[in-house]
Design a protein around this ligand. Structure first.
Ligand code: FAD
Length: 459
């Protein structure tokens, strides 16, 4: 049985790999001249630059598992967590996130009390939250409403909003707490207090696993995430046809799916849509209008990444730590910035400093229309204010990612359940990728492989 996969990002590649493992015939359709989707690595002056994602959460095993399975285990590196300080901009200054914070949940009293990031009212409220008792179950809410309810508005503005803007390119006022912070919703249900819940969960985890060495927060590959996509491509090539063309439409042709490309129609029994949901919706419109409408209703944001590389001797002092986040209240152009060499030392030689800047996202998408020179100038002016120095970068690499980041807005879980139900009515159809049950690289790998396994399991 043949399977057509539309989308050659990490999701489609993982699906193709899984199909070829089980000896199934697959054809992978990708409109760009290269595979990998938003995973794009480039090496400049010995510095490994990631145009899209730079790493994945080690708490989600699918990324590490796949890397090891592909023989890349020796190249897996972890974030240098002993240097993990993340700053949040407040009043134009870099203020470290207090120690003991799990996302926006405080678990240590003293660092929180001493931190200038939040005012006394918020600190008091955070301290008292521990006495909160479980209440009646609540319907899905925005992350902002949820965090404000527990810790107040300032915690939304200086913790939740910048953290989520950095991960989702989204806004806490619209993102669904059920989909984005499911674990916290569960802790609220059980304990009432998030702080008490996090402390209890941590104690239980320690009792289970002992107080051994903990895994780094992020993992990645020494020479870039494109190592993963390149190896997947190498593995699937002998058994999977790769077609570089844009899929225009998919429809049923008897027991088959007909995939219309420019100038060619491919037929297959099975179909995996591993492209963004808005694209999957457009492709499916002729086959199922309702499913198409639900898919197209998942919003996406666009973003820009900009890597600035300097000779170390040209730079002023760098604050220790991984980088900083800019809350919407303080934001001009920059949303976040990673000090790459501090987070992943193997990726930047001692002689260099690389700043990876993240721009755009919800409400900031006008930056996508600005030209490169204006954007680089604006970012350098902001960096000068924040870091206190401005030197001529040796190189700059800018990438625009249009409608690449799915937004799990309030009601997302209900919409995904409806999508799954509608899709299940079509024999041989699977949907995978970052639009459904997880935005990160490991989620995409998991959904790609699961989709392929579901099809391979069919007689
Ligand atoms: C800037 C940025 C930074 C990120 N940082 C991180 C991070 O650090 N860690 C993390 O875990 N996640 C991160 N993410 C999220 C993660 O990278 C993505 O969710 C994941 O890589 C998406 O993979 P995908 O294969 O589902 O989609 P994509 O990579 O978008 O691939 C989809 C592919 O489908 C193709 N396509 C679409 N329509 C068609 C069509 N009609 N015909 C043919 N081909 C088509 C596209 O050309 C594309 O190549 C980041 C995302 C972005 C954009």
């Amino acid at each position: 049985m043949r399977t057509a996969i539309i989308g050659g990002g990490i999701t489609g590649l993982a699906a193709a790999y899984e199909l070829t493992l089980s000896g199934r015939e697959a054809v992978l359709i990708e409109e760009q001249p290269s595979l990998g989707g938003v995973i794009q690595t480039e090496v400049v002056e010995g510095c490994v630059l990631e145009g899209g994602p730079d790493s994945f959460l080690s708490a989600k095993p699918a990324g590490e598992e796949l890397a090891r399975e592909l023989g890349l285990g020796g190249d897996l590196i972890g974030s240098l967590d002993e240097q993990r300080v993340t700053y949040v901009i407040r009043g134009g200054r870099l203020v470290p996130l207090p120690d003991g914070l799990l996302m926006m949940v405080p678990t240590k009293i003293l660092p929180m009390v001493a931190s200038p990031l939040l005012g006394w009212g918020t600190k008091l409220r955070m301290g008292l939250e521990i006495f909160r008792r479980p209440g009646a179950p609540q319907p899905d809410r925005s992350v902002a409403a949820f965090i404000e309810d527990h810790y107040g508005r300032e915690a939304v503005e200086y913790l939740a909003e910048p953290l989520l803007a950095g991960v989702y390119g989204g806004t806490a006022d619209r993102l669904s707490v059920e989909s984005v912070l499911a674990r916290f919703v569960e802790l609220e249900r059980r304990y009432g207090s998030l702080t008490r819940g996090v402390l209890a969960a941590r104690r239980a985890a320690r009792a289970r696993t002992g107080a051994g060495e903990s895994a780094p927060l992020f993992r990645t590959l020494r020479n870039g995430l494109a190592q993963l996509t390149a190896e997947l491509e190498r593995r699937i090539r002998p058994r999977c046809r790769i077609v570089h063309a844009r899929a225009r439409q998919v429809e049923r042709a008897g027991p088959q799916w007909a995939v219309r490309l420019d100038g060619e129609t491919l037929e297959s029994e099975n179909l995996i849509l591993a492209c963004p949901a808005w694209q999957a919706g457009a492709l499916l419109r002729a086959a199922d209008e309702r499913l198409a409408a639900e898919l197209e209703a998942i919003p996406y944001t666009s973003s820009v990444t900009l890597a600035l590389g300097y000779r170390r001797e040209d730079c002023g002092p760098m604050p220790p730590g991984f980088g900083f986040l800019v809350p919407a209240r303080e934001r001009k152009t920059l949303v976040a910035c990673t000090f790459v060499g501090a987070k992943f030392p193997y990726r930047v030689p001692e002689s260099h400093v690389v700043l990876r800047c993240f721009l755009g996202g919800s409400g900031g998408e006008a930056v996508l229309e600005q030209n490169d020179e204006d954007l680089i100038r604006a970012v350098r002016a902001e960096l000068k204010q924040l870091l206190g120095w401005d030197s001529e970068p040796r190189f700059a690499r800018l990438r625009r990612w249009r409608r690449a980041m799915a937004q799990y807005e309030v009601g997302h879980a209900r919409r995904v359940a409806a999508i799954r139900e509608l899709a299940a009515r079509h024999a041989g159809l699977q949907l995978a990728g970052n639009a459904y049950e997880g935005i990160g690289v490991p989620d995409c790998i998991r959904t790609g492989r699961t989709a392929a396994r579901a099809l391979a399991a069919c007689p």
